[in-house]
Design a binder for this molecule. Structure first.
Ligand code: NI
Ligand code: MN
Length: 227
């Protein structure tokens, strides 16, 4: 089995598992650091972590073009369904066997108001278990929470965590998150999009290397990491 993670900038990520393409939080056309465009990106599935504009992004346009299935919480799924987009609703703690693996929605400490003011329910992260039992945890937008330890108990191969501060965990709490999750690999995201969340990802990665056994990988938008 092949697994490739690509960071497209900000909180937008692509997962490629065998032939299946999963796009997460596709904020591209208004993202200053985006490495692709809504017209060029591929998707069979679109995962939406929460309702904020920098995560809903271009998802409607991409879903209509690609016919990708949108997977999110019940409230956001209903919002997409009302725009004639095919959806699969889940909720926090619930998992489902999709063609690309077993996907569980996890706790996230954040907000989720949709761009038009609709209620986007509770924000979520994602825990994916692939067919060959690789575990990928996408924290998405969240503050630090102690139950990351429970997520870590599952044995995480790759964790993707925000380090931007202001809206999400900053570098200090993201380092504490790595210690709770104890993943084999970690990739930082949700930073450098704007000056407000500018961070030195390389010095953060150095702290991870010094204080944990986790391998930290700093990507530029457009770069990939394979397991
Ligand atoms: Ni957000
Ligand atoms: Mn965000």
């Amino acid at each position: 089995m092949s697994f490739t993670f690509t960071w497209y900038g900000h909180g937008c990520m692509g997962l490629e598992i065998n032939e299946k393409k999963i796009l997460v939080d596709p904020f591209l056309s208004d993202c200053p650091t985006a490495s692709t465009t809504p017209e060029d990106v591929h998707a069979n599935f679109i995962l939406i972590s929460h309702g904020h504009g920098d995560h809903i992004g271009d998802s409607i346009e991409i879903a209509k073009r690609t016919k990708a299935l949108v997977i999110s919480n019940f409230e956001i799924s209903t919002w997409f369904l009302n725009q004639d987009i095919e959806t699969h609703a889940q909720h926090i703690g619930g998992g489902f066997h999709h063609p690309f693996g077993y996907l569980k929605l996890t706790l996230a400490l954040h907000g989720s108001l949709l761009p038009d003011g609709s209620d986007g329910g509770n924000p979520a992260g994602f825990l994916l278990t692939t067919a060959d039992d690789k575990k990928i945890y996408l924290a998405c937008d969240t503050g630090l929470f102690g139950d990351m330890r429970l997520i870590g108990e599952e044995g995480i191969d790759l964790a993707v965590v925000p380090i931007g501060d202001n809206f999400t965990m900053g570098p200090d709490d993201a380092l504490r998150a790595v210690k709770l999750l104890n993943p084999k690999n970690v990739i930082p995201v949700h930073y450098d999009t704007w000056e407000l969340i500018a961070q030195d990802a390389n010095s953060w990665a150095e702290r991870v290397r010094q204080e944990t056994n986790t391998l930290a990988h700093v990507l530029n938008p457009g770069q990939s990491f394979s397991l």
